[in-house]
Design a protein around this ligand. Structure first.
Ligand SMILES: C[S@@+](CC[C@H](N)C(=O)[O-])C[C@H]1O[C@@H](n2cnc3c(N)ncnc32)[C@H](O)[C@@H]1O
Ligand code: SF4
Length: 349
C-alpha cells in the first residue's frame, strides 16, 4: 500500500461514523447485496423461465474480483453484506469467498455477513457458514406441501430444503423464512407457514411478486396483494405493529398468539424507497443503484483497468451520485410486460 492509500484507509476508518457513501437524497449507503452467480438449481415460476439462458462463465467476476469489489465497498462504509444470486451456494468455491470476506468481521469494519439461499445446499454448508462468522441467513420457502413445492420451484426437493433448515438451526444460525405470496398457489397456506416458522423460532417475511424479467407465466395471475394477505391473517391472529426494522423494506408486526415476527415486503402497494440504504452488484460487476430502475454502472471495467482500487472507488462514488429517489413498479392489465428486463436472479432481490 502506498502512503497515500494508507492515509486514505486511515481516514476512512476514522470517518466511519459519517459514512462516505451518501446519495443525493442524504441516504447513507451501508448495505450491499451481491449476486455471486445468475445460476440456480431451482427454476421458481415467478423468478425464471424453465429454459433460461445464463451468462457465459467468462463474463463472471472471479472470486478474487468479487472479494476486491466487496472490500472496496466495505472501506467506503458498507457494514452489511448479503450474498445472493441465483443460488449463492451453487457458485463453485463460494466458501473461499465467505472465509475471505469474514476477515472484515474480524476488524469490525463489517457488522454482518449474511446470505439469501433456497436452502438446497445448506446441509453441506451450514456449519462452515457459522464457523466463518455468518450469524443469520434468509431461506426462501413458499410452501410446506411437497407437490406444490415441486410445482413452484420446478426442480426443487422440499425434503432437502427442510433438512437444510434443520442443519442451519443445529449449527446455530438464525434463520428467517421468506415466502412469495402467490395467488391461488400458497395463499391458503400462509397461516400454516406462519405457525410452522414461529414454532421453530424463525421470523417469516411475506413478499409480493415483482415484475422482473420475462417468465413463462403472467405475473398478473401470480400477483396477490399483501393487503389481502394481511387482512386474512388479521382475521385469525392479533397483529401488533412493532418498530423492528432490519434496515430493509420489510415492515414487521408481532403475532400475539405465536409471539413471532411477521414481515411484509410490498414494493407494489407501498413505497419503501425513502429509507433505502442499499445497492446491488451483479455477478458481472454491474452496480444497480435501485432494484426497480435500469440505470447501472460497470464496475468490472474499473476493477480490471488497474490493480489499484482508486478507479474502482471513483466509479462507485460517481454511481452513487446517480442513485434515484425511488422506483415505480406496476402490475396491471395495461402493463403486461415486466417493468424491467432483468430477472431477480441477476440482481438477487
Ligand atoms: C432471486 S432469489 C436469490 C437467492 C436464492 N436463490 C433464494 O431463492 O433465496 C432472492 C429472493 O427473491 C425472491 N424472488 C425471486 N423472483 C421474484 C419476483 N419476481 N418477485 C418477488 N420475489 C422474487 C425469491 O423468492 C427469493 O426469496
Ligand atoms: S428464487 Fe432463488 S431459488 Fe428460485 S429460481 Fe430464483 S434464484 Fe433460484
Amino acid at each position: 500500500m502506498t502512503h497515500d492509500a494508507q492515509d486514505l484507509a486511515f481516514d476512512r476508518h476514522a470517518l466511519r461514523v459519517t459514512p462516505s457513501l451518501v446519495d443525493p437524497f442524504g441516504r447513507a449507503i451501508t448495505y450491499l447485496r451481491v449476486s455471486v452467480t445468475d445460476r440456480c438449481d431451482f427454476r421458481c415460476v415467478y423468478c425464471m423461465a424453465e429454459h433460461m439462458t445464463f451468462l457465459p462463465k467468462a463474463d463472471l467476476l472471479s472470486l478474487e474480483e468479487l472479494d476486491r469489489l466487496c472490500s472496496a465497498f466495505i472501506s467506503k462504509g458498507v457494514t452489511k453484506l448479503r450474498l445472493t444470486g441465483g443460488e449463492p451456494l451453487v457458485r463453485r468455491g463460494i466458501m473461499t469467498l465467505v472465509h475471505s470476506l469474514s476477515r472484515h468481521l474480524g476488524t469490525g469494519a463489517l457488522k454482518e455477513l449474511t446470505l439469501t439461499t433456497n436452502g438446497s445446499q445448506l446441509q453441506t454448508y451450514a456449519s462452515e457458514l457459522k464457523a466463518s462468522g455468518v450469524q443469520r441467513i434468509n431461506v426462501s420457502l413458499d410452501t410446506l406441501d411437497a407437490d406444490k413445492f415441486r410445482a413452484i420451484t420446478r426442480w426443487g426437493d422440499l425434503k432437502k430444503v427442510l433438512a437444510g433448515i434443520d442443519a442451519a438451526q443445529a449449527a446455530g444460525l438464525q434463520v428467517k423464512i421468506n415466502a412469495v405470496a402467490l395467488k391461488g398457489v400458497n395463499e391458503e397456506e400462509l397461516a400454516n407457514l406462519l405457525e410452522w416458522s414461529h414454532g421453530r423460532g424463525m421470523d417469516l417475511t411475506v413478499i409480493e411478486v415483482m415484475p422482473l424479467g420475462e417468465i413463462d407465466e403472467s405475473r398478473l395471475d401470480q400477483y396477490l396483494p399483501l393487503s389481502v394477505v394481511r387482512a386474512r391473517l388479521a382475521d385469525c391472529y392479533t397483529l401488533e405493529d412493532i418498530d423492528y426494522r432490519t434496515g430493509g423494506p420489510a415492515r414487521y408486526v408481532r403475532v400475539k398468539e405465536t409471539g413471532g415476527r411477521l414481515g411484509f415486503i410490498t414494493p407494489l402497494t407501498h413505497n419503501f424507497c425513502e429509507s433505502c440504504n442499499r445497492v446491488r452488484v451483479t455477478c458481472t460487476g454491474t452496480l444497480y443503484m435501485c432494484l426497480g430502475q435500469n440505470d447501472a454502472a460497470d464496475l468490472r471495467k474499473s476493477l480490471r483497468a488497474s490493480e489499484s482500487d482508486e478507479l474502482l472507488y471513483a466509479a462507485i462514488d460517481e454511481a452513487i451520485t446517480r442513485k434515484p429517489k425511488g422506483h415505480d413498479f406496476v402490475i396491471d392489465r395495461r402493463h403486461q410486460k415486466p417493468a424491467l428486463d432483468r430477472h431477480m436472479s441477476m440482481t438477487g432481490g
